[in-house]
Write a protein of this length. Structure first.
Length: 329
């Protein structure tokens, strides 16, 4: 699959009818908060999902605003309406910025060669791709051409996350086979299922469906007609699943790096040295390691590494240089 599908968003009135509201009621609510500018319905309702218990998410683009303002929570009966304000110049700025990122064409779609979208940016960019105007006369937030410019970077963010999830599943597979304490086939199966969800997320985004929220992933997969992987640990060690990303298990182990976890600090208490992680947990013993996972795995057991990741002593990240080298034609 090399093309993308521009999903037809629902009409704002049609989407809001799911929760028993109208576009007029929502715009009047936004006006009460003196939030002026183009207003868009975003989130699950704008993406064609949601149900009677869904929240209503609204983004307003405000001239002169330098930083986002949110969330402003309102309640209409039992329905929560979440209004966030964003600088009006941001959509055009992101299109200009991401249009210049080089891309690679893979069997499942186009992927940016360099990471250009952080997690916080991904949240609102994905919502804006499916944004539905609340006011008559307001056009789509992005044109189809602009969406095509944005998608590769949004796909790349999902790819990097999928590679890390796959690396953890590969480690769990080895730890289970070696009989490491606390690692069972059930734990390995859970992590492989997470890795499979990551692969599906990449394919959904490449196809143009960038709806946020993991709970909607099965519905997105069905809507796009994507094949589902079998649950649990794969008999082939993950080769078939990773092939759907044009990747191999050994390639993942080379492309994912081990590094000291974010937020680590040292502390001395009563004459003893401790490591403090980002959750303020203290350790008297910890693992220090850094480098490609394939190499680090030759120095430490998979069970020991998994324990260090679980305790936020070490982090796993996709190495941008290695990933770029694998993506380049």
């Amino acid at each position: 699959m090399t093309g993308t599908v521009r999903l037809r968003p629902p009409d704002a009135g049609q989407a809001l009818a799911t929760v028993g509201l109208t576009a007029g009621r929502i715009t009047a609510l936004v006006d009460e908060g003196k939030a002026y500018g183009p207003r868009y319905l975003v989130g699950s309702l704008a993406s064609g999902f949601g149900n009677a218990r869904s929240d209503v998410d609204v983004h307003v683009l405000v001239d002169g605003l330098e930083q986002p303002v949110g969330s402003r929570l309102h309640h209409v009966g039992d329905t929560t309406v979440d209004v966030e304000l964003f600088p009006a110049q941001w959509p055009a700025r992101e299109v200009a910025r991401l249009s210049g990122v080089p891309v690679a064409d893979l069997p499942f779609g186009r992927v940016a060669l360099d990471p250009a979208v952080r997690g916080s940016q991904r949240r609102w960019l994905c919502r804006w791709v499916h944004a539905v105007p609340l006011d008559a006369g307001t056009g789509a937030l992005f044109s189809e051409e602009e969406v095509r410019a944005l998608l590769p970077a949004i796909v790349r963010q999902a790819l990097d996350r999928a590679l890390v999830d796959a690396a953890v599943a590969l480690l769990a597979d080895r730890a289970t086979r070696e009989g490491a304490d606390g690692w069972t086939a059930q734990a390995s199966g859970y992590l492989w299922n997470r890795a499979a969800r990551g692969v599906l997320e990449v394919h959904c985004r490449a196809a143009g469906d960038v709806t946020t929220g993991e709970k909607w992933l099965p519905a997105r997969v069905r809507r796009l007609g994507l094949p589902l992987p079998d649950p649990g640990p794969p008999a082939d060690g993950g080769a078939g699943l990773l092939a759907r990303l044009a990747w191999t298990p050994s390639g993942v182990l080379e492309a994912v790096r081990v590094r000291p976890a974010e937020g680590l600090r040292r502390a001395d208490l009563a004459g003893r040295g401790f490591l403090v992680n980002r959750h303020d947990r203290l350790f008297t013993e910890w693992l220090e390691a850094e480098g490609p996972l394939a190499r680090v795995l030759g120095e430490h057991s998979p069970g020991r590494l998994l324990d260090a990741f679980r305790r936020a002593q070490l982090d796993l990240v996709a190495d941008p240089d290695v990933v770029r080298g694998r993506l380049q034609p």
